[in-house]
Design a protein around this ligand. Sequence first.
Ligand SMILES: [Zn+2]
Length: 498
Amino acid sequence: MNSDSDFTFDYPVDATGETEAGNKRPRTEGNPDSRRSPIEQERVAQRKQPPQTSPPSTSAPTTPRVILPLPKQSNGTMALASARYDSGDFDGLPTAVGENPHKQFTRQGEPPVAPTNLAQLGIPDMQFPHAHVPTYRLLGNVDEEQIVRVRKIENPKVAIVIHGAGQDLIGASDLLIEKITKLLSDLEFPPLEGQQMSVDSAGAPATTLPSDPIRIYKALVRKPKRSNAFGQPWTWFADLGQNSERLRKWLLYQEVFPIAPTLSFSVHPLGDLIQPWTLMVLTGRDRHAVEDTPRARQEVAKEIKDYVWKDRDFTVSTAHQVELNWGLHDDPATLLKLVTDTIEVVCVTAELKTSRKEVPAYLVYVKPVTNDREEYLEWASKFVQAGAYWRGPCRLEVNKATVECKLCKDTSHCARECPLNVEGWKGTAVEDIYTTQELEARAAGTSTDAGELAGREWQQAKARRADQDPRPQKNAKKVQQTRRPKEGKGKGGDQRRR
Ligand SMILES: [Zn+2]
């Protein structure tokens, strides 16, 4: 557990919108190389290994950026990247793709001792796409005092994220907690070689380990938000009991537990201080703004580089971070270029913050220059200035839409595109959420056609349902207001845009 004190608890809506994710795969530090292309490996080798763990919080988070020692010549003579490099040259770019935690898989690193009864418990003995959920997101909207108390748990502990969870689930989760507690308690590990743990019967084959029972705690909501059934907190905290380090290691290694549609969750570490790779979400009102072609994506990446490369202060502060945290030394313009070389623009489906309508969007990844929360936010804020980017004659809007998976809580895809839904997936899928939503909408008399409207209607149902949440507490008139038949339909053929 490093640096517990540096958790941030909120969903920072500012710099990164809601696209929060970590920058480092926490427990696979050993071998992100395994997935790199040869070119990438060579490149990385050339420029030394950037920070697997940048010094988390040795320096005070609020270092003003004025006192930077970097430029030896005066600012006036420092070359800018825009003068030195061609932003339209994408040869060999983006770099560091293999380090991007959103593209990794579970079961990284040295395999820990595994339980012997996976099949009996219905736990798939396989690898899954890794859902990247940094600790500060796990703790988002969790009661602050509870966070303090959770930190004080000395036993090995992990965070559990139920697939498709949210504030709605909290009230109705006792049975689920019971099931998960039982599942974790039923895991049997082989006896330790040579040594004997403080177990009563040394010769016993496999024991369910700890002497202590496993305890799972629901998150207490800091601030109820009725507008989002899937909103934070969606984390539970598991105290695995004494002597449970082996269990903790394996749970984190396995990470994904799709037992059944109603029993499906991921396990995440608590305490990693990591910053997102998902920098921002760009959308456009014009139908031609977002196009999923390599050329269009490069145009966007070039636009971003052109924007930040010409900023002298930003060049200096970025170079400072790179020297400090990536351990690289060069002139500021070159160091900035090394950072922007990691920019990767991908096309995804995002959800407009205002209407929740699904829209095509560019999701921009960049390797973070620091893991310090404050410094990162300040650095990232340079990128997210409204009006900074265009694609051709189309203006791109910054962080007007979000990308977040309602199932696994990763911030690089939406639920419908969740990569967890692999062939033979037994856990909760988007259809399960959809069904629930649809049923409730139906109960409220707002929606009927389940099949053909599929996902689109799911969004509608969700929005309606959210509106209705306050109803039971308030008077019935609220219902009338929210019942607008055909709402959101018939607004033109292109439903993907406003
Ligand atoms: Zn997902």
